[in-house]
Design a protein around this ligand. Structure first.
Ligand SMILES: [Zn+2]
Length: 258
């Protein structure tokens, strides 16, 4: 699933291909924006904010979010697409490249001045040039009774963390997902989360163990019933979220995490 590091890498690749180019074609395949046309405008830059992608084009910003299934692909003009045509939500064409956003959970065109309405709520961006460690610690500590797993997934506290990292972070800190965030030492958790995303952002295989072999890349995530790599106890799985409708899968070792 795309987490902040995936989105950061997507933004960097899109930026390298598109920045400074003039649009020769612009097609948003979502009803509210189907008639929008920025052909002839210049793509200024492509940046990520947490798990959000922003294509800055002329006076506008194309805001997209990958959620579970979304992806941006770059193609040379005329090359066949690697995903199905009906999944395309955005097609941006320049002379050298065609960028296609597939199965995007959010595709919207807003005025540049309105970017704050879509990303203004986000906490410090773990991979942002403006990363603010102190602010991240303050925000995470603001509601001490919140369960640790829920607090670190809340994008208003830390922007860029997804389900996989949240589970792995808590294992590495020896903390049960259900513990209150106020009971644990937040600063090392914040530092570890930044190191984890930094070390993964350049590579296509995400690993929190340092081992890139298939089946060896996580401590607890997606390992329910398998033996803990540290103590051998079977890994447990459950659901946890701020509301029943927003529960996420959580994994933990009942022996290593307290
Ligand atoms: Zn264990």
């Amino acid at each position: 699933m795309p987490e902040g590091d995936t989105v950061w890498l997507a933004a960097r690749n899109l930026h390298s291909a598109l920045a400074g180019e003039l649009l020769t074609g612009f097609d948003l395949r979502v009803p509210p924006f189907a008639t929008a046309d920025l052909t002839g405008e210049k793509i200024i830059e492509v940046v990520s904010r947490g798990k959000h992608l922003l294509h800055r084009i002329g006076d506008f910003t194309l805001h997209s979010h990958l959620k579970m299934e979304g992806a941006w692909h770059l193609y040379r003009p005329g090359s066949p697409w690697r995903r199905r045509v009906f999944e395309a939500r955005a097609v941006l064409e320049t002379e050298p490249w065609q960028a296609v956003g597939f199965a995007l959970a959010i595709t919207e065109l807003i005025r540049r001045d309105d970017e704050h309405t879509v990303v203004g709520h986000l906490g410090p961006d773990l991979l942002g040039a403006d990363w603010n460690r102190g602010e991240a610690i303050t925000r995470l500590s603001a509601e001490p009774s919140t369960r640790a797993f829920i607090a670190i997934l809340d994008q208003r506290n830390l922007a860029g963390i997804g389900n996989e990292y949240a589970n792995e972070l808590l294992f590495l800190r020896g903390v049960l997902p259900t513990r209150s965030i106020g009971d644990i030492d937040v600063a090392p958790l914040v530092d570890l989360s930044q190191r984890m995303l930094q070390s993964n952002r350049e590579r296509s295989i995400r690993s929190t163990t340092g081992d890139l072999r298939p089946g060896h890349t996580s401590w607890v995530y997606a390992r329910a019933g398998k033996s803990c790599r540290r103590c051998g106890t079977p890994i447990r799985r459950g659901m946890l979220g701020p509301t029943p409708l927003t529960e996420r899968l959580t994994y933990w070792c009942p022996c290593c995490q307290r």
